[in-house]
Design a protein around this ligand. Sequence first.
Ligand code: SMO
Length: 766
Amino acid sequence: MGSTTVTVGFKGRREDARLLTGQGRYTADWNQPGQLYAAFLRSDHAHAVVRSIDTGAARAASGVLAVLTGADAVAAGFDRGAAMMPVKGRGEALRVPPRPALATDRVRFVGEPVALVVATTAHHAQYGAELIEVAYEALPAVADAAGALASGAPVIHASVPGNLCFDFDYGDAAATAAAFAAAAHVVRLTLTSGRVVGNPMEPKAALAHWDGDVLDLWTSTQGMTAFRDSLASQSGLPAERIRIRARDVGGGFGIRGPAYPEHMALALAARITGHPVKWVASRGETFLSDYHGRGLVMTGALALDAEGRFLALRHEWLADQGAHPVATGPLINTLNPASMCTGCYRIPAVYGRNRLAITNTVPITAYRGAGRPDMAYIVERLVDEAARQTGIDRIELRRRNLIPREAFPYRVPAGAVVSEYDSGDYRAALEQALAEADWDGFSARRAEASARGRFRGIGCAVFVEPSGGVVPKDEVAITFDPDGQVVLHTVVTSNGQGHETVYPEIVARVLQIDPARVRLSAGDPEGPRLEGGGAFASRSMMSHGAASLVATREVVEKGRALAADALEAAVGDIEFADGAYRIAGTDRVIELTALAGGGALDTTTGLAATRAFPSGAHVAEVEVDPETGMTEVVSYTAIDDCGVVMNPTLLHGQILGGLFQGLGQVLGELCVYDSDGQLVTGSFMDYAMPRADMLTRFSIGDSCVPSPNNPLGVKGAGEAGTTGALPAAMNAVLDALRPAGVTHLDMPASARRVWRALKEARAGAA
Ligand code: SMO
């Protein structure tokens, strides 16, 4: 249970040689004999009535074999909306309007698929799409959540009055009100977590092919079962007649979880033409149609007593859901953040209300962190603000209020939202991060920066987040190749996490053999039939990793009885070590794999993955150039409790990737719509993706408290970097700017915004 700091050192992963030499197999790499190519015609209106669609010229164009419109989608029954929301809100269920694979009489966001052209080449399909004439009648559009809920706003779906698709609350309103009434200090902040675009390296792509009445769909996905079920619920196709095929996936981030209308349209096109149909999105289509993330306006209020003890918290969130509630969008804006609504602090009362609005924009779903970075962000900015207002040092204020190690399991006072932090030592992580970041030496560094004309700031964040999610059971199977290779089968496929490296290591550790003797077979529809979820909510280690451990132990026990028979000894006399059984005290040995013939050791095991709560303490240090507003993260320290560390290289790679994704949002990423619903940031020219030089000095360490909730003791790491980065880095930016009179700033701290904030502060002071 000790704490260790591990300096990041990169050791190769098993999949790297394949992936780095162009031998990865992404969706676009799959082909089927006789395949055709598709192109989508997308709406260029944010909100319009579709009066008519003339497909005549397109159908007559060279190479074009079919043109599909919304009428085809409706005729096929591919027109159901789908969004996950297991609870009711304030008396009403989530409103999910129907959603055809292709728009019918109305378009509701720029980029919405309107027609699909199938042709002999991708270029012919694209050319055909340009020949389609759509008669639109423009309607007033609304591109922001507050505007959508305002009276008189255009109604986007007849079945969603006032554009409010879900109204949710949690906690104890009365207790919270009483605590606020008795408070010595009340701190209030309204912050945005702006809309961002996931932008996986691999754009959305699919190859649809009907094998009789079974749909084979090659596509990039975070989980074949969730994807299959998502496609089934939107299309009405029975799940057992859908086979999702994915090998390598070039990034997930939440947005590769669900099936999209494009997938349904391609399935339909393959059925109608009788040919496999392939489509690979352009980067422009990624911006226009991959579901976006965040899109929040959050108001938080913290009540403190005279000694700085936290008494109560109040949250009020306004979440933009885009033109349709989809996939986990509603969940991640309600239950996910509510499960961590008091952050790492002992706060007796909390009340939160989340309103989810429909707007004329791309729908929103989970995006790395999925509501958690936002909650960590508002809580940790409130704590810094409380420190400023009360005059209590911001670290001291945190020390006073952190949940102590002996208080676990800790039940969050979120009312009907049941959430119990499993384990942690937040104070230890904080102290470790402060030491590693040389927090106490900051004033000298600030003075030195000041002498160079730069504003230097330091910020910290302590955070906790639920990981795991909602899958009842995750199964893995172990089989044996005739040549003695152990094969681990999982339903989960990697979208960059290094499963090929780490899952075999878990099996090999139990068997005490070289991991090279274990091979991962992930997501093979022809492999053993397995139930289970995919890679989301930082879960694939606690779910499939833990199941691999349990399954391998079962294999060893099965083998023990067989070994006893083979060696003609009592089971009690059989020892297992180094992949072999031995009669204790003798040299009579038999290899485990020698007993595996005829499937004798084949094992399928399922595990119900229980949530865990990874946590961490991060410190960011930034410098701002007041002449340009350019903000640079000069150093970053991340101390994370992801539970037991399975493979430090992969763990720290996850943390680092998460940091970049969080810092991307802090420093530059923002998806902007005009008030009329036109997407302004539709390419990398306008949308500032983070680059490798954004963070060059960093230290990533572990402060491990094992989770009691799974056999590996792991907690998940995929989203921790992002969750910590938002509050830590923005607190640092504010710390840099406050001496210059800036009291408030929203993400991203882009040069333009920072420069303007400094200018306004100077004008205000003058
Ligand atoms: S944002 Mo995630 O894939 O739960």
